[in-house]
Design a protein around this ligand. Structure first.
Ligand code: TXA
Ligand code: MG
Length: 346
C-alpha cells in the first residue's frame, strides 16, 4: 500500500477515541506507535498496561510542529533548535527538560521529556486534527519486535486497540534516532536512520552513544526487539557450517543473511536481505517476524558490516540476540554482547 493521507472520517474516529481516553495505533515513518492523549494521565497509563511496559520507561510525545515544543519542554537549547529545524518532521527524537505541565506518567518520573515531530502524512493528519501531543511508544508488547505494518499491530493487540490507522509499510522501519539535549553536549541515546555524521553537520559537538550513560537494569534478562525464537548472530564465514551443525538432527533453522546460501539445505528457511543498509533496515522487522513463523529451533543472523550506516541495525540485532546462544555459536560475539547489556530502546 502506498503511503498517503487517509479519509477524514477515519482520522476523526481516531481523534474521538483519543479524546475519550482510549488508546489508538497510528503509522509513522519509523514504526507504528501506540498513542494516547499526552494530557490524559489515565490514557497514558493504559498504554503502559497494554504494552506490559514498566512505568519507569518513558514514552515519546509526538507533536505536529516544532512551534508547540515549548508546551512540552521547559527550555530549548540552540543545539536542539538547530536539530529540530534540520530534521523535523522526521525520524529524530529530542530529549529536553520537561515543562512543568508534562505528566510524570509519560516521563517515567524523570525531569526530561522525549519529543518528536513525525513526517508520515497520516501521523501529521492525526496530530493536526487532534491539536495536542500524543504520547506513544512503538506499538508492540514490551520486548517484542516493533511493528512496521498495521497488521502487525492487529496481530499483537487484536481488539484491545479500538482504532488502528493503516498508513501502509513504514518507509524507514527502525525507531527514531534519540538525541539528548539536556546536558551542555548533546548525545545520541539510540542510533537510528539519522546518523551521527548527519547530526554533526548541524551540531558538530554531538557525541555518539556512551554505554556508561545508558540506563541499566541489573539482573534483567529482558531482550528487546526480539522474536520468540532464540536469535543468534553468526559470522558470515561460519554461517553454513553452523546451519549444517544445527540441522544435523533434522530440526529447522531460519537464517537472515545479506547473500544467498552457498549450499542448499531442506531444513533451512533463508532470507537474503541484501547489502544495502537502508533496505535491510526497512525490512528487518518484517523479516524477523517471517523467520519467527518458520517453525525453526533458532534464527541465525549473519553479522552485519562495521561502519556507521549499519549502527542502528546492529544495535537492534544485538538487543534481539540471546546472550547464551550467541556464546554457543560464535565466541567472537560474546565480547560484543558484553557491550550491549543496557536497557534503552524497547
Ligand atoms: O521511532 C520512534 O521513536 C517510535 C515511533 C512510534 O515514534 N517510537 C518509539 O518509542 O520507538 P519507544 O517507546 O519504543 O522508545 C522510546 C525510547 C525509549 O528507549 C525510552 O527510554 C526513550 O525513548 N525515552 C523516552 N523518554 C526519554 C527521556 N526522558 N530520557 C531518555 N530517554 C527517553
Ligand atoms: Mg519500542
Amino acid at each position: 500500500m502506498v503511503t498517503s493521507r487517509l479519509p477524514q472520517d477515519e482520522i476523526d474516529r481516531a481523534v474521538e477515541a483519543l479524546r475519550e481516553g482510549e488508546v489508538i495505533a497510528f503509522p509513522t515513518e519509523t514504526v507504528y506507535g501506540l498513542g494516547a492523549d499526552a494530557q490524559n494521565p489515565d490514557a497514558v497509563r493504559k498504554v503502559f498496561e497494554l504494552k506490559g511496559r514498566p512505568a519507569t520507561h518513558p514514552l515519546i510525545v509526538h507533536i505536529d510542529h516544532p512551534r508547540v515544543l515549548e508546551r512540552w519542554a521547559l527550555s530549548v537549547p540552540p543545539a536542539a533548535r538547530a536539530l529540530a529545524e534540520r530534521f523535523w518532521p522526521g525520524p529524530l527524537t529530542l530529549v529536553l527538560r520537561r515543562a512543568p505541565a508534562v505528566d510524570l506518567a509519560i516521563t517515567g518520573g524523570q525531569d526530561t521529556v522525549a519529543v518528536r515531530v513525525p513526517g508520515h502524512p497520516v501521523a501529521q493528519q492525526l496530530l493536526r486534527a487532534f491539536g495536542s501531543g500524543i504520547a506513544a511508544p512503538s506499538a508492540n508488547r514490551y520486548g517484542h519486535v516493533s511493528p512496521t505494518r498495521a497488521e502487525h499491530v492487529r496481530e499483537e493487540f487484536g481488539d484491545a486497540v479500538r482504532v488502528v490507522l493503516d498508513g501502509g509499510d513504514c518507509k524507514i522501519g527502525l525507531e527514531s534516532t534519540i538525541v539528548s539535549c539536556v546536558d551542555t553536549v548533546p548525545r545520541v541515546l539510540r542510533p537510528g536512520f539519522i546518523t551521527l555524521t548527519q547530526l554533526r553537520t548541524v551540531v558538530p559537538e554531538v557525541q555518539g552513544r556512551s554505554d556508561a550513560d545508558a540506563p541499566r537494569v541489573p539482573g534483567s534478562d529482558v531482550k528487546h526487539y526480539a522474536p520468540s525464537t532464540p536469535l543468534s548472530i553468526v559470522n558470515s564465514r561460519t554461517l553454513e557450517e553452523v546451519v549444517t551443525q544445527l540441522t544435523s538432527e533434522h530440526e529447522r533453522v531460519a537464517v537472515l543473511a545479506m547473500r544467498p546460501p552457498r549450499v542448499a539445505n531442506k531444513f533451512m528457511t533463508w532470507i537474503n536481505a541484501g547489502r544495502r543498509a537502508d533496505l535491510y533496515a526497512r525490512d528487518l522487522y518484517v523479516n524477523l517476524r517471517a523467520l519467527d513463523k518458520a517453525g525453526a529451533r533458532e534464527i541465525l543472523v549473519e553479522e552485519v558490516p562495521a561502519g556507521e550506516a549499519w549502527d542502528a541495525v546492529r544495535d537492534r540485532l544485538h538487543r534481539a540476540a540471546s546472550a547464551e546462544n550467541v556464546v554457543a555459536v560464535d565466541p567472537d560475539i560474546a565480547a560484543l554482547r558484553a557491550d550491549f547489556g543496557e536497557d534503552l530502546g524497547q
